[in-house]
Design a protein around this ligand. Structure first.
Ligand code: ADP
Length: 212
């Protein structure tokens, strides 16, 4: 069985007791384990929060019967862009490819978002976009980024209330490394965050550590 959290010995024992005897009160579980109710409280909280157990007032704890995969899916649907996004790194659409390369190195990112004079999203620059431009015969200091960027409306973006798992699907479908997190305003889209494969990886790791 795939589990989203690793249960310790006592949690496994509790789960076993509830599976066989539920619904059962916390007091009764404590008695069977020769422990106090207070000692068990954190373990019961973890098992309930993780979705293994459910508790009903005046009835007690019962086993939800959900598989580890079901629980993982439910937990995935609690992860939102706004909780994992990073700050975006942006450049103006009239800067040169040379300056964009310097900026990318200085900011240590793999993607730059390009904005116009009104700070509206107009394009995206990836590492390979810049590499491709660099192996040509062009003068990088006089080549503006808006000539080589992927431009709107072809930029894939997301919003802060989107589910992270949907953003992950877009990254896979479009074969890209990151998305700008935007807010729709009157004359376009304002960029205020970014989600990269690293953010998704961090969310993935957080699921395995999530005991709250
Ligand atoms: P790299 O090109 O360094 O492998 P990506 O895979 O992210 O990085 O980019 C691949 C191509 O997709 C590039 O031409 C880039 O401009 C474009 N791209 C990157 N991110 C986006 C996005 N969010 N929306 C649309 N196009 C994108």
């Amino acid at each position: 069985m795939v589990t989203t959290i690793e249960l310790n010995k006592r949690q496994s024992e509790i789960l076993q007791i509830v599976k066989q005897n539920g619904p059962i009160t916390g007091e009764q579980i404590a008695e069977r384990l020769h422990l106090t109710r207070a000692t068990l409280r954190p373990d019961l909280a973890i098992l309930t929060m993780a979705g293994f157990l459910d508790a009903r007032p005046r009835v007690g704890y019962f086993y939800t019967g959900k598989s580890g995969t079901q629980l993982l899916t439910e937990n995935l649907k609690k992860l939102y862009v706004k909780d994992f996004q990073s700050l975006p790194v942006v450049v103006n659409d009239n800067v040169s490819v040379y300056d964009a390369i310097c900026h990318m190195f200085l900011e240590d990112v793999g993607t730059l978002f390009v904005v116009d004079q009104k700070s509206m999203l107009v394009g995206v620059l990836s590492r390979k976009d810049l590499l491709r431009a660099s192996i040509g015969q062009q003068d990088l200091t006089s080549l503006p980024v808006n000539v080589i960027m992927t431009r709107m409306p072809n930029v894939t973006y997301c919003e802060k209330d989107d589910l992270l798992v949907n953003v992950a699907s877009k990254l896979i479908d479009k074969q890209i490394d990151s998305l700008p997190v935007v807010r729709k305003v009157e004359n376009g889209y304002e960029v205020f965050g970014r989600i990269t494969k690293t953010n998704i990886t961090k969310a993935f790791v957080s699921l395995s550590k999530d005991e709250s």
